[in-house]
Design a protein around this ligand. Structure first.
Ligand SMILES: [Zn+2]
Length: 646
């Protein structure tokens, strides 16, 4: 075992390398303290205590946290010690409450077919030249390298990801078109003109709620005919193929059910591209790229992620395969989509052992699949959030004609119907995606109805909760306190919580101003209302929608700074009344997301008995200028007391 005696030399070396060396391991009693960490420790416990030291045993569990004297009491003089360098802090590992693992990995595999718009200045790493290519829809589509059509590839789909017409400009005349009809009204024509008219083209919108298909793609799905009737499965699954005023398909496809037939046709057509049909094989065939992609998550300080919408057994198996990998650096907690859990006979599971009851349990990286995910509506920037008066999509903006948006369900009763069996089983953790204030109002009512039928024993999570409406926040608070009444009956208190995609503020805030009725954009991700009505909130990326970088979320929630596309010249604070404090925002990326997923007994804060998942940061977010918090370097990340580096 390497000696880790505390010395000034170690401090100097640590500071020089910017890296902390993980100590511990070796033989002996596994409950014995292996390493003591000394420095500024943000525990994120109930009192947000700042400690001087923390000890970790050989099972990777935290033994003591507190003053250095308290932590060292009874330990041998020469116990391995890691001294943080000056200025560094140690904090709980970040917990991502909602992202999508498969699309996050795939977007890194598709190369120049990932045509996401660039991020505002503090958050972008691509060059100005690359960003210029992606600034407008036409040139973004043209930037996809497409091999000339030949006999072999003529039927093979061209697959693109992350187009975002809410931020990427529409410039008439691109790709040799003469039409002035906006992209969103006729995406089919622009895919034909800008990507290929000879091969089928399918492009996913960055929201994941929309996709675009060209003429050949429709022909591939329609058995060679240019058009065909919308398959039943599309309509039944809450999806749609958009038609124009003449009844023709525009090429816009709504929701996963709407674009599933195109995904299936794409898979059948595959000659050389990525096969998405067998995710486990995809991972095995692309291991180095997958490792790089996962490495970015860990480098951002994440130690636990929730894969928040796993569509069935095959994808769940792929998650397990990943987490079983010898070097896999994260814990994965999964939520399965409501329509595939029953279909595939998936039952809720937890990790292989529980450190809270078994002191010898080394918490596995696979935390199980206990979540059930239902979508109540679409995407705010995709013009498919279900809004409610007085909030509407503006008649003159990117979402002209969208009115109050679009739901994936007919109303609260359908949410109740879809979730009923899982709720009654009592062992699933219920999660509902709701962006618009209308979808959120329906969700509150549906959850209340279910709670009247049977008291939930686990927290319920509303994902995104984007378009703020003080009436909905007030009702949520009542539901939490047992004061909500439905059909004349008082509903027992329900532990319902929310999680915000805070990148909506930084990356889309100004776009929302041009999409929603005046004043509505101010109240997206309404942390001020959450606070006022006592509704616990966390922050998430929804990756691939935004990058999974928790310190960026903290900065975005604390500053509420937004930037105007395309050139970011205009920047301002959007809804200052909803700014978070740094303490609140740090809790929102650690203990709160852990609590929302029932993981708080193991992770989320640094307290005795918990697992030693933590990060070392180069600077203290509590004392860093708010607009610099996102730039704080993650020096090292520890999982169960084991460091990534060193
Ligand atoms: Zn999502």
């Amino acid at each position: 075992m390497r000696s880790c005696r505390r010395t000034t030399g170690l401090v100097a070396v640590t500071a020089l390398l910017g890296v902390l060396t993980g100590c511990g391991g070796g033989g002996g009693d596994r409950s014995e303290v292996a390493t003591v960490y000394v420095g500024t420790i943000l525990t994120v416990d109930a009192k947000d205590s700042v400690a001087e030291a923390m000890s970790v045993n050989r099972t990777g569990h935290i033994v003591k946290v507190g003053t250095e004297a308290h932590v060292r009491a009874g330990l041998p003089e020469d116990v391995a010690t890691v001294q943080l360098a000056p200025g560094q802090v140690l904090a709980p590992g970040f917990v991502e409450p909602h992202m999508h693992l498969a699309p996050t990995l795939i977007q890194d595999l598709v190369g120049d077919h990932n045509i996401a718009p660039c991020l505002p200045p503090p958050f972008e790493s691509r060059s100005a030249a690359e960003c210029a290519k992606l600034a407008d829809i036409g040139s973004a589509l043209q930037s996809m390298t497409v091999a000339p059509v030949d006999e072999k590839n003529a039927r093979e789909f061209v697959f693109g990801m992350n187009l975002d017409p809410s931020r990427q400009q529409f410039i008439p005349g691109r790709c040799g078109t003469t039409s002035t009809i906006p992209f969103s009204a006729r995406p089919k024509d622009y895919l034909d003109a800008c990507v290929s008219k000879d091969r089928p083209v399918f492009v996913l919108d960055q929201s994941g709620h929309l996709a675009y298909a060209n003429s050949k793609a429709f022909a591939a799905v329609c058995g060679g005919a240019p058009n065909c009737a919308v398959p039943d499965a599309v309509t039944k699954g809450g999806g749609g193929w958009v038609r124009d005023d003449n009844g023709e398909y525009t090429g816009a496809l709504q929701e996963a059910a709407g674009y599933q037939p195109f995904m299936a046709a794409m898979e059948k057509s595959r000659v050389t591209g990525l096969s998405l049909a067998d995710p486990a094989k995809l991972i095995r065939d692309n291991l180095p790229a997958v490792r790089t992609s996962i490495g970015k998550l860990r480098a951002a300080g994440l130690t636990t992620i929730t894969d928040g919408g796993v569509a069935g057994r095959r994808l769940l198996d792929a998650d397990r395969l990943l987490s079983d990998g010898k070097d896999f650096p994260l814990r994965i907690n999964a939520a399965v989509t409501f329509d595939t859990a029953n279909r595939d006979g998936i039952t809720p599971t937890g990790p292989g052992c529980d450190p809270a009851v078994d002191k010898d349990c080394v918490l596995p990286r696979w935390l199980g699949a206990r979540g059930i995910k239902l979508w109540a509506d679409g995407s705010t920037q995709g013009c498919t959030a279900k809004l409610a008066a007085p909030t509407v999509y503006r008649a003159d903006g990117h979402c002209a004609g969208a009115g109050e948006g679009r739901a994936d369900v007919a109303g609260p009763d359908e949410i109740v119907k879809d979730l009923n069996d899982y709720w009654m089983a009592g062992n699933w953790q219920i999660q509902v995606h709701a962006n618009g204030n209308g979808a959120n109002a329906w969700t509150v009512r549906a959850l209340a109805t279910l709670q009247l039928r049977k008291r939930a024993t686990q927290p319920v999570l509303i994902i995104h909760h984007t378009v703020g409406d003080e009436r909905v926040s007030a009702d949520l608070g009542k539901l939490r306190r047992g004061e909500y009444v439905v059909d004349g009956q008082k509903v027992p208190a329900l532990d319902v919580r929310v999680t915000h995609l805070i990148g909506h503020v930084a990356y889309w805030g100004d776009a929302f101003g041009a999409m929603l009725n005046p004043g509505a954009a101010q109240n997206i991700d309404p942390i001020g209302y959450d606070r006022k009505y006592g509704n616990p909130w966390s922050l998430h990326s929804d990756s691939m929608v935004t990058p999974a970088r928790p310190l960026w979320y903290v900065q975005q929630a604390v500053t509420r700074q937004t930037w105007a596309y395309p050139d970011f010249a205009k920047t301002y604070v959007l809804g200052p009344q909803h700014r978070a404090s740094v303490v609140e925002a740090l809790r929102a990326v650690t203990i709160e997301p852990a609590t929302q997923h029932g993981l708080q007994k193991w992770v989320g804060s640094l307290e005795p008995g918990k697992v030693a998942d933590f990060v070392v940061l180069r600077a203290n977010p509590m004392t860093t200028a708010p607009d610099k918090i996102g730039a704080i370097a993650v020096v090292n990340t520890y999982l169960g007391g084991v460091a990534t580096k060193g």
